[in-house]
Write a protein that binds this ligand. Structure first.
Ligand SMILES: *Cc1c(COP(=O)(O)O)cnc(C)c1O
Length: 362
């Protein structure tokens, strides 16, 4: 961890010249946002030549945001948490509070971050949003890891209200004299989304170094902070690149509204231009029967990623995101000389909480 950043110190060398272009302004703004420095950045951008050949479509690349802190402690939430937890430390918090489903990657990253920062961690675990698909769901995968990282778990029924139970838990802790910092559902807020804009800047730098300009950045979207950050970042540093979110929540209208709101808030945090509404694209139709329920297209995406690229995708997020990308490629959305970046947002542990899609002998 970078000690200067851990203390939330601003880098005062980064004064922005008035005539700076949007990309320079973004770079300077991101450099000035206080960050804890938990994420190991930049994450690699790697070609996927065998998947490209298999699909006979555009050149495909993968941005390895599953590797922000090793596959079991990292993922896309860590860029957001780096910014949010700098605020928690400034406020003198002694406890992190958040919530999510039993197999939440976000909670796992919050619990891991709390362990690294020496903070307590209390999590509201929503039961009932996803029917347990198999015996490992309640105890394996992310559920095992949050316990390994020492979080205290509070079971609450899923009511559809993502935020209420988290706020209630924070209130209860405050009554007991704790100083809780609330990490919002999915670590998605304006500052969290601003933290994710760094991924767009890395893709801009890495693709330029590799000699291409992406036609699109494709990723799965849920609590919307990832897409909001990518959209704000790309608008500044890759203005011709389309950011395409694949809805995995089976709530595309809610997701699109949240992306819009969080993108505006993130642009304000960073002091960069707002994203025009037409630049926000949430693709429906790839969430299968519902959130957290894998279907045949998810399993096919997981299979080809594994067999052709040695990549591990999970059945809840990245598998569905790649299923959406494969479907767009097959529908002819891009030319063969286009370059398309898939963001691997992490989520590997959930793979081990779901029944295997690979039947013995299959
Ligand atoms: C949370 C998550 C997403 C979605 O990111 P949001 O910012 O919530 O939209 C995608 N992939 C994985 C693995 C996640 O854990």
């Amino acid at each position: 961890m970078d000690a200067g950043r851990a203390a939330g110190r601003r880098d005062d060398r980064l004064t922005v010249p008035a005539a700076a272009g949007p990309a320079q302004r973004l770079r300077a703004a991101l450099g000035a946002v206080p960050r804890v420095g938990l994420a190991a950045l930049p994450t690699p951008l790697q070609p996927m030549p065998r998947l490209t050949a298999h699909l006979d479509g555009p050149r495909l690349w993968v941005k390895r945001d599953d590797l922000t802190a090793g596959a079991l402690g990292g993922g896309n939430k860590l860029r957001k948490l780096d910014v949010l937890l700098a605020e928690a430390l400034r406020e003198g918090a002694d406890t992190l509070v958040s919530g999510g489903v039993v197999q939440s990657n976000s909670q796992r990253q919050v619990a891991s971050a709390a362990a690294r920062l020496g903070l307590d961690c209390h999590l509201a675990v929503f039961h009932g949003r996803v029917a347990a698909p198999g015996p490992a769901y309640d105890e394996g995968g992310n559920a095992l890891l949050v316990r390994l990282f020492g979080a205290t778990l509070h079971a609450v029924p899923w009511t559809g209200d993502r935020h209420g139970a988290i706020a209630g838990l924070a209130d209860a802790l405050r009554m007991r004299g704790r100083r809780p910092y609330v990490v919002p559902y999915g670590a998605s807020s304006g500052p969290g989304a601003a933290g994710y804009a760094s991924a767009a800047l890395e893709i801009a730098d890495q693709s330029a170094a590799a000699g291409f300009e992406p036609a699109a950045i494709v990723h799965c979207t849920g609590s919307a902070g990832t897409q909001a950050g990518l959209a704000v970042g790309a608008h500044a540093c890759l203005p011709r690149t389309r950011v395409v979110g694949i809805d995995i929540d089976a709530e595309p209208a809610r997701v699109a509204a949240d992306v819009r709101r969080l993108a505006d808030a993130a642009a304000t945090v960073l002091g960069v231009d707002r994203v025009p509404p037409e630049a926000i694209e949430v693709v429906a139709g790839h969430s299968g029967p519902g959130y957290g329920v894998a279907h045949a297209a998810t399993h096919e995406a997981m299979r080809v990623a594994g067999r052709l690229e040695g990549l591990v995708l999970d059945p809840v997020y990245a598998g569905k995101g790649l299923a959406g990308l494969i479907s767009l490629v097959r529908a002819g959305r891009w030319r063969r000389d286009d370059d398309v970046v898939f963001v691997h947002t992490g989520g590997e542990p959930a793979l081990f909480a779901y029944p295997s899609p690979f039947a013995p002998g299959g």
